[in-house]
Design a binder for this molecule. Structure first.
Ligand SMILES: NC(=O)N[C@@H](O)C(=O)O
Ligand code: NI
Length: 169
């Protein structure tokens, strides 16, 4: 691994930009939404493709993440080859996701960094490279929808070079 760090660019999270990596879980007008419960409730419908794999079961957990300090250096990435993994923020705070295309081993030049608002969740599609949870500002809870089942479902790789996420303004 070369030691020359690469400064990474932070992008705002949008459905379009994140589409190669999975789904954005967000209650906005771009979602399929309709009124239910005699007008009391708006349903934002079918926002993410939850994929527990052929031999797995979808499970719901909560991750309580400590805040990361910026600048943050990305030295590894992981993927879940058997299933998707969704993160829905419960604490209303922003967080970061770092992703790379599932087709090949991630190189630092391939990394995409998204700043997610506290009302935006993400669902990593099966096999998408991502960094483990990057909470910001304070201890933050996230609802997680991922897989329980047989076999190993987490590949971890070191980065070819460090990627540095700068301080956000
Ligand atoms: N290990 C674990 O369940 N967490 C990671 O998969 C993650 O993406 O944070
Ligand atoms: Ni993960």
């Amino acid at each position: 691994m070369t030691t020359t760090p690469t400064l990474l660019t932070i992008e705002p999270l949008t459905r379009e930009a994140f589409a190669p990596f999975g789904d954005v879980i967000q209650a906005d007008d771009a979602a399929n939404h309709f009124t239910i419960n005699e007008g009391n409730t708006e349903r934002y419908h079918d926002l993410a493709r939850i994929d527990p794999g052929e031999d797995g079961r979808a499970i719901v957990s909560i991750f309580r993440g400590l805040p990361r300090t910026l600048p943050f250096t990305v030295t590894m990435m992981e993927r879940h080859p058997k299933a998707s993994q969704a993160f829905i923020p419960l604490s209303g705070r922003p967080y970061l996701v770092v992703v790379a295309d599932p087709a090949s081993r991630p190189a630092v030049a391939d990394l995409r960094v998204f700043l997610c608002r506290g009302d935006q969740g993400v669902n990593y599609a099966r096999g998408v490279w991502h960094h483990p949870l990057l909470a910001l500002e304070a201890v933050s809870d996230f609802l997680i929808v991922d897989r329980s089942g047989p076999g190993e479902n987490c590949d971890v790789v070191p980065m070819d070079a460090p990627g540095v996420i700068p301080v956000t303004d």
